[in-house]
Design a protein around this ligand. Sequence first.
Ligand SMILES: Cc1ncc(C[n+]2csc(CCOP(=O)(O)OP(=O)(O)O)c2C)c(N)n1
Length: 808
Amino acid sequence: MSTLNETTLEFDAFKHEVLSDYKLACISREASLLGRKEVLTGKAKFGIFGDGKELAQLALAKYFKPGDFRSGYYRDQTWMMAIGALSVQAYFSGLYAHTDVAVEPQSAGRQMGGHFATRNLDEHGQWKNLTQQKNSSADISPTAGQMPRLLGLALASKIYRNNPALHTSEFQQFSIEGNEVAFGSIGDASTSEGPFWETLNAAGVLQVPMVMSVWDDGYGISVPRELQTTKNSISEALAGFQRTADNSGFEIFTTKGWDYAHLCQTYEKAVNLSRTEHVPVLVHVQEVNQPQGHSTSGSHERYKSAERMEWEKTHDCIAKFKEWILSFDGGPEPLASEEVLDQIANEAKEEVKASKNKAWTLFTEDIKKDSLSLEGILSGLIQEGTLSNAFQAELDALIKNREPQRKDVYSLARRALRSLRGTESANKTVLSQWLSKKKEESHDRYSSYLYSESNKQIGNIPSIEPTYDSDAPMEDGRIILRENYRMLLEKYPNLLVFGEDAGKIGGVNQSLEGLQETFGELRVFDTGIRECTIIGQGIGMAMRGLRPIAEIQYLDYLLYAIQILSDDLATVQYRTKGGQKAPLIISTRGHRLEGVWHSGSPMGMIINSLRGMHVCVPRNMTKAAGFYNTLMEADEPALVIEPLNGYRTKEKMPTNLGEFKLPLGQVERLSEGSDLTLVSYGSTLNLCIQALPILEELGISVELLDVQTLLPFDLSHDIVKSLEKTNRLLIVDEDVSAGATAYILEKILVEQGGYYHLDEAPQTLSAKDHRPAYGSDGDYFSKPSVDDIVEKVYELMSNANPTQFPRI
Ligand SMILES: Cc1ncc(C[n+]2csc(CCOP(=O)(O)OP(=O)(O)O)c2C)c(N)n1
């Protein structure tokens, strides 16, 4: 903020800044008020607004610099406006769900209003220069879901500052020697969530430049703070985090949401400290309010007392700001008269109204274009007598509708086409073609960018086979992984590998053994036991141009992170319509080890919650390495599940470590056969290999296919080609019944049309529905064994030909 000395020039600058802030506060408030009306009158679907939080955000925004990052929530409209990342018009376009990125750059109408983001990628999916813009990572709705990512956004600055290898021109679009601060925001009630605590603890341990603001309005919807927070105060509850003269931690500030001068001073101190010393800071902004209540879903009179309602009025931050301006006597003249402030408020009102109207016009015009072109086609059909006159009334209603929805237009077109079944006419062809075109447009509007659409999408990475010397040594799987990691760490200076026990001891399975010594603690490092924020740490760093590989120690513990993977990572591209990406690789190991919590293979749960990511299920470590090598060249998030029982299994050592690349979505045929197609992946695939010679002895010719990746799945439809030959199908995995096998069946039978080639009902063999029991016997009786596979295959053959294969 401008400092106020005696000179007129400085006073003028100060006055200008204060009055600009006042105007923006009024603009933002007016946007909230009008936004609510738009929802209540039916023009928008749902509204959640930033009224009451304006002043704190104006203060914060003064110290938010180009290169900085925001990870906040739905109350932050003033902040976004103040940093120039959100126009009022775009704000309303978001509320209406305008699907054009040029008009609604945050999510192209995909998220509800109040979910903010900047466009950090160009139209080709390539990074923009993030140090020249003020960045906001894309919001998500789950309370505290913004926290884990915030950790990574902040940690990226520490990595960039401390690793000189990243001070080259290649990385200058991401960071200028780590001088960027990551700013977080959260509501007081959402601090009750686990990810909040996990993130704050990790930030204190890591000492990262994070400025965390809590907008404390005393309620989480209707539940008051005393039922949310120990000691009824987040800053008091966190007092033990306060750094001291001889111990690092957080710097904690408290301030009040209606006190403009104190807010500005607080943020100036907080941000400077965090930026220069890389200290995490908590700013507890108390006495914030919520003039319109939580959202358009209900009214706050239901749960706030009359006294509280009265207090909220007297402590409204804009009213208080006005009082402060009018009573200001620290300069050569008053800052403004009441008339001037009223005039500013009126101007703000008019401007917001005009922007809102413009947004509405753009929104409706876009849809009206479709209505008018449909009108032309349907009128032709009505005139020629093929389409019933009854459609005329519907058409008239559509054209007159002042609040049209695209679905009304398409639904009318589809009903018209259905009614024309059995007729042929040139106009019908036009209608049919029109609908096909609209289907394509709708795909782009509502379903594009689930995955990367850039030139670095996974399918564009050329595959390279592993090569071997004629006398290639056999090595433990872990050595292959380790040496592959070594090559990758040499090749990509922005690659980091981290997780529980990943640093000093090189991983519980030793696949990173010695790499921290070679590459240092900034490249290969340990984390606390905190799966959710290990992932968030990865997401945030990946959003800032680093290439993290985050380790989750065992697949079973991915559950602790599944929420953030599903809600945040898997939706980054989709929820921004290609405006942001986070090419994070997650490495874990699973399927088989010991007991209830070290043997899980919940693949159905994983693939069903992680659409938007790739999921690789290699059967050995050479395959796993091949996937890592491909993923490092691509710009997409992925999960690689190494088979737990493969670290000590011998594999041939390739000569082109770090270079060979496995394609995703390709099935590998491991045996050719004519009687039955056996489909599997991961650890059970290795059991299927063991079953092959036994089945051969029983006179059964099996075609064994390794699907290798579940997302994507068999892109060339190789499985159905096998079924054309064998006409029988068995799928084996170690998920629960109807877990991943249900998905695989759907892919093969429905998508690939495998149904038409089957002579027998398709079969699946999975683990028992309970968690796997401990010990070798627990494993044998809980999970598919070689015996189970052999007998299941035999049973299928016996059903088909009991003479040749009599019952066992
Ligand atoms: C994980 C999750 N649980 C519940 C909700 C529903 N919900 C949305 S906002 C909200 C209250 C949040 O209160 P607070 O953090 O104080 O923020 P405020 O809205 O008051 O600014 C709740 C419970 C949600 N979005 N996400």
